[in-house]
Design a protein around this ligand. Structure first.
Ligand SMILES: [Zn+2]
Ligand SMILES: [Zn+2]
Length: 204
């Protein structure tokens, strides 16, 4: 069985757990876990994922408030070019102390913790992940995967105003903004004719 600290995604937090109201600054790079997106859009396994933020200890757990940045690869759904750009996802995550873990004595009702409890209560919808059984490591593998998967756009675009491809010949209209086809093109003459009928309201 692998130890929690052997995980590539383990963050040591043992010192924070000693009492509430402490903050640990984190700025670290982790390998992207598997399973973020697919061949069309996602983050390649092993690519650098950076987590920058703070871990705060409260009475019943740890709060990670951070920004996750990762290189997302994608294909523009309009013009099909490859997009490579860093993605930034803000996360607020709760790592509750496990009260059933006897080896770890979670501090309870510590004086001076009221202030941080209020901060923790601001976001009710925060995600939760378990700490290692002894409370000394937070493993961020699942967090990274979940946060990035959730943030992937369904219809990635190289830019908002992407003109896409010519529906007739497939040429990239961003690179050839003046591109058009002669209406005399034999293959499209019938369509053009139909279009004119529609415009005149004579189509049946
Ligand atoms: Zn595009
Ligand atoms: Zn064309």
């Amino acid at each position: 069985m692998t130890r929690p600290e052997d995980s590539a995604w383990a963050i040591p937090v043992g010192q924070l757990g000693s009492r509430a109201g402490q903050t640990k600054r984190i700025d670290a790079v982790f390998p992207a876990p598997s399973g973020i997106g697919d061949a069309i859009i996602g983050v390649r396994e092993g690519d650098d994922v950076r987590i920058e933020g703070d871990i705060d200890s409260i009475v019943d757990g740890l709060i990670l408030s951070a920004s996750i940045s990762a290189p997302v690869h994608a294909q523009c759904t309009r013009c099909l070019i490859d997009i490579h750009r860093p993605w930034n996802v803000p996360v607020t995550t709760f790592f509750p102390y496990d009260p059933s873990a006897g080896a770890y004595d979670a501090p309870r009702g510590h004086a001076g913790s009221a202030e941080v409890e209020i901060i923790a209560g601001e976001d009710e919808s925060e995600d939760e992940y378990p700490l290692s059984p002894d409370g000394t490591f937070a493993d961020v593998e699942a967090l990274i995967r979940d946060a990035l998967v959730e943030a992937l756009p369904l219809q990635p675009l190289c830019r908002e105003e992407c003109r896409g491809l010519c529906p007739q010949c497939g040429i990239n209209l961003n690179e050839h903004p003046d591109h058009h086809h002669e209406t005399g093109d034999i293959r499209f003459a019938a369509l053009e004719d139909f279009k004119r009928q529609l415009e005149r309201g004579t189509a049946r």
